[in-house]
Design a protein around this ligand. Structure first.
Ligand SMILES: *Cc1c(COP(=O)(O)O)cnc(C)c1O
Length: 374
């Protein structure tokens, strides 16, 4: 069976974990945590970042930092992972779901205006498949209405919008290093603080509501409970694993892009014959090869394709039951109609894409997809 995903060990993960263990300090915010943070600050010129236990946690920190209160409204796309919404629901926000754009699953920036009310506090965008949302439009709407913009950049490591790294555009942003992403640490994430106002408080929330970071730097003479917070920082063991991955980022990215391109070129003929739709990358965006998906014509065809691939030992998946259709949301908010989001839920199929996917395996997948659509 060709799996859908396979975590890739670059080689130095266990060595670095060994070093972390031997150093005698394996709790958070140590040597490897700082190395991971510096990596992003140096390579992409992020203002400030904090390593977290997950992207979910980074989003929860963002919700606290924006001071989301009970009854505040937060606009998010319905076609996304549950954490995008949950982080804000935990603070008592009312989620207002936006539809996706027709050209790709990203939030439709042209429909945002109608969703804003006096209670709206933030817009959360998701760069689906690592392909940028239309950020100029979104930032303009946010500025006109004094809203925070948070980027759920879980899938968007090493991807750009008009030359700017994704994760650096909103007030706050979050990456994921879950084992299904391009760069991994099992579970793991990162919060990016692009707005200076949040910098001090972010560190405090990260460290369980204490000023321990300032204490370590010698800025205060004892550390105290000064705010709300939680245990959002991962252990050095996780950071050590992640650093080994980061050292290989360029190599991982170029291999994934190669696989992505091979899929795209092989299926272009099917798109020309109008048998399926391929991912659309706008001119303002780059592709970081986080995922390769195709769009079938119907939910029935999607199920048939996945079943056909399965009997041919290929594991393909669909995902994201639109959150507005989830039992949890429907019970609270009733039925709303977001047809484009629903269409992605019905028709999107993700094909295997991972570093160690062999060329002969990929050809097998390509042949079977071509055979299916014949
Ligand atoms: C993977 C993912 C998350 C969650 O990331 P974790 O690190 O597992 O918490 C959130 N949002 C999106 C869009 C994702 O793809």
């Amino acid at each position: 069976m060709i799996p859908f995903n396979k975590p890739y060990l670059t080689g130095k993960e266990l060595q670095y974990i060994g070093e972390a263990v031997q150093s005698g300090k394996i709790s958070g915010n140590g040597h490897f945590t700082k190395k991971c943070q510096h990596f992003f600050e140096e390579k992409y010129h992020f203002r400030r970042c904090l390593l977290t236990t997950s992207c979910t946690d980074a989003l929860e920190m963002a919700a606290i930092l924006c001071d989301i209160q009970v009854g505040d409204e937060v606009i998010i796309p319905s076609y996304t992972f549950v954490s995008t919404a949950n982080a804000f629901v935990l603070r008592g926000a009312k989620i207002v779901f936006a539809d996706s754009s027709v050209e790709n699953p990203n939030i439709d920036a042209d429909k945002l205006k109608d969703l804003i009310t006096p209670k709206t506090k933030a817009i959360v965008v998701v760069h689906y498949a690592g392909i940028a949302c239309d950020m100029d439009k979104i930032i303009a709407i946010a500025e006109a209405n004094k809203l925070f913009v948070i980027e759920d950049a879980a899938q968007a490591v090493d991807s750009f919008y008009k030359g700017r790294p994704l994760g650096s555009i909103g007030h706050l942003s979050a990456f994921s290093f879950h084992e299904t992403k391009n760069i991994i640490s099992g579970e793991g994430g990162m919060l990016f603080i692009n707005d200076e106002r949040f910098e001090k408080r972010a560190e405090i929330i990260w460290e369980k509501g204490t000023n321990r970071s300032a204490f370590w730097r010698g800025e205060v003479d004892k550390y105290n409970w000064v705010d709300i917070g939680s245990s959002f920082l991962p252990s050095e063991i996780v950071a050590a694993y992640l650093y080994a991955q980061l050292e290989n980022l360029d190599k991982i990215q170029s291999k994934r892009k190669q696989i992505w391109e091979r899929y795209y070129q092989s299926f272009e003929v099917l798109e020309q014959e109008n048998k399926l739709k391929l991912p659309f990358v706008p001119t303002y965006a780059t592709n970081n090869a986080h995922m390769f998906y195709i769009l079938t014509k119907s939910v029935e065809q999607r199920d048939k394709l996945i079943a056909f691939l399965k009997v041919n030992n290929i594991y393909a998946v669909f995902h994201y039951i639109s959150l507005h259709s989830s039992p949890f949301y429907k019970e609270k908010a009733g039925d709303i109609s977001l047809p484009i989001s629903d269409n992605y839920s019905d028709c999107l199929v993700r094909l295997p894409l991972f570093y160690e996917l062999q060329e002969n395996e990929q050809h097998q997948i390509i042949d079977k997809v071509l055979e299916f659509f014949k």
